[in-house]
Ligand binder design. Structure first.
Ligand SMILES: [Fe+2]
Length: 233
């Protein structure tokens, strides 16, 4: 079965190997360097341990350090060029700023509410890549519902004339997050419901995500403020 068929018509998401690990390693190394935490310059696990101990304002400072990390989106797209070009061709719109995401362990951390990406105003032709900077070795992670399960929730919202409703946001999903390894990426369509579950560890989880779509498809609320044009050679 083709990847497009799997992602658009069938399950809605897939876990795949990253095809250009040289680029992905470069992305991770540049990220570590830009975080600028003295004793964690080379090792992702030391960095994760430091992040897990930080308070929210220290985390915010790290986020500010990443504001100039504008190469991240190209590096992420180029790491996964096989997937991106198969789904969206050689001329694409890519999110200007790939997001580097820290998830901190513990119950008191803000949880990422269950959501589907379409809620945020991207077009239905957008796909998302999400890849961790290390093996996912604890019980936490991001859970994903398949397309049929996601559609059930979206239809129930629609029947009630609701969008972004408590029906989805407050639901306690009991789905196991897939255990991705470093070097794997999950790609999913914007209708797939997903969310973060809390986890216990002394290491924070760090991942990178980026959105992209074919340049032949229309942009919607998220326009060229959010996306830039990119062409594979
Ligand atoms: Fe998301």
């Amino acid at each position: 079965m083709s990847l497009s068929n799997e992602i658009i018509n069938k399950k809605g998401y897939a876990i795949l190997p990253i095809n250009n690990m040289a680029k992905f390693n470069k992305l991770r190394n540049q990220f570590i360097k830009r975080m600028n935490i003295s004793d964690s310059k080379k090792n992702i696990n030391i960095l994760r341990r430091n992040l897990a101990k930080m308070n929210k304002s220290e985390i915010n400072k790290c986020m500010v350090n990443l504001l100039t990390f504008t190469e991240a989106s190209n590096l992420m797209i180029e790491s996964c060029s096989d997937i991106v070009s198969e789904l969206s061709g050689n001329k694409i719109f890519v999110q200007r700023r790939a997001a580097t995401i820290f998830n901190l362990p513990g119950k008191d951390q803000r949880r990422q509410w269950p959501h589907y990406e379409l809620m945020s105003g991207i077009s239905p032709f957008t796909f998302v890549l999400w890849a961790p900077f290390h093996d996912l070795d604890d019980d936490g992670g991001v859970f994903y519902l398949n397309q049929d399960q996601s559609n059930e929730y979206i239809k129930r919202e629609q029947e009630q004339g609701l969008v972004n409703s408590p029906l989805i946001l407050n639901e306690l999903f009991n789905h196991q997050p897939p255990k991705l390894k470093f070097g794997e990426v999950i790609v999913f369509n914007p209708f797939i419901l997903h969310g973060n579950i809390s986890f216990n560890s002394n290491l924070a989880r760090v991942a990178c995500s980026v959105r992209f779509q074919s340049a032949k498809q229309p942009l919607m609320q998220k326009n060229t403020d959010f996306f830039k044009f990119y062409k594979f050679n």
